[in-house]
Design a protein around this ligand. Structure first.
Ligand SMILES: [Zn+2]
Length: 267
């Protein structure tokens, strides 16, 4: 393994431009978020708080960013993915608000996936794209659940309340994960829309219902009558101002020093 300090140089020179591009296209500027105090509509939440992420891959001694995905919202959002070219050595994801220190789930995921390092990007002073990378020291992470991991000396300027809700399960997912052919026959066999299907066994009926559902893309009405939508809950994220960012990053790096060699740079 290369010495951490020169590894940072390699990381930023290979990946800096790609980080910058993702941040510029996916992370809103502070002034665009400033007025947002409460996000109830999942579409607004996604626009303001959505994160993008990608694997960091290595091939022929150089790092590159794998395919960028934008799947989720809120603390603990991490992107599991693999490299189409080369091997996965780490990951990159964005934080929507000021502060690219890792959340506890960020660290836990990175360690579970045996990443050599991971990077987080966002906007800092004057809304400039900034990324920090964290190279594990090898020390096992210890989390005291009774004490906040970070205890910053500065208060957030505000916080954003948002409604966190898991997306509904997709029809295809329901068919592959939840409903066997027998279940489909049993639950939906008597529905008028399937009355015309003629067959001898329940399995056969179920298989035919499955085909029809896949054609239309929607579960039969009866499913939606019975299924509860996934429950949501209010969640809150602290919102710091850009001019606080560098000082807070310094405090975060001190806190993390046992576990990670960390370095942040403007891109
Ligand atoms: Zn994160």
């Amino acid at each position: 393994m290369t010495e951490p300090l020169s590894l940072f140089d390699d990381i930023f020179s290979d990946l800096g431009p790609a980080f910058k591009e993702v941040i510029e296209s996916k992370v809103l500027k502070y002034e665009d978020i400033e007025g947002e105090l409460e996000l109830m509509d999942p579409n607004d939440t996604e626009e303001v708080l959505g994160e993008a992420g990608a694997p960091i891959c290595m091939k022929d001694g150089h790092f590159h960013l794998g395919r960028v995905r934008e799947p989720c919202v809120g603390a603990g959002c991490r992107i599991d993915s693999y490299c189409e070219v080369g091997r996965k050595v780490g990951s990159f994801h964005t934080h929507p608000l000021v502060g690219v220190w890792p959340s506890i789930p960020d660290m836990e995921t990175s360690s579970r996936e045996s990443e050599v390092f991971f990077c987080i990007g966002g906007r800092l002073k004057d809304d400039r794209p900034y990324a920090a990378c964290y190279i594990s020291t090898g020390k096992k992470l210890f989390i005291n659940p009774f004490v906040p991991f970070y205890q910053f000396s500065e208060e957030p300027r505000g916080n954003i309340r948002f409604w966190r809700q898991e997306p509904e399960m997709e029809t295809e997912e329901l068919l592959s994960e939840v409903f066997s052919d027998r279940d489909l026959a049993w639950e939906f066999g008597d529905e008028p829309e399937f009355e015309d299907i003629e067959c001898d066994t329940e399995e056969e009926l179920g298989a035919r219902i499955r085909e029809r559902i896949l054609e239309t893309g929607d579960m039969p009405e009866r499913y939606y009558d019975f299924a509860d939508s996934p429950e949501g809950e209010w969640d809150t994220l602290d919102s710091y101002a850009p001019e606080q960012g560098e000082r807070l990053m310094g405090e975060a790096f001190d806190r993390l020093a046992l576990y990670y060699n960390a370095q942040g740079r403007y891109l």
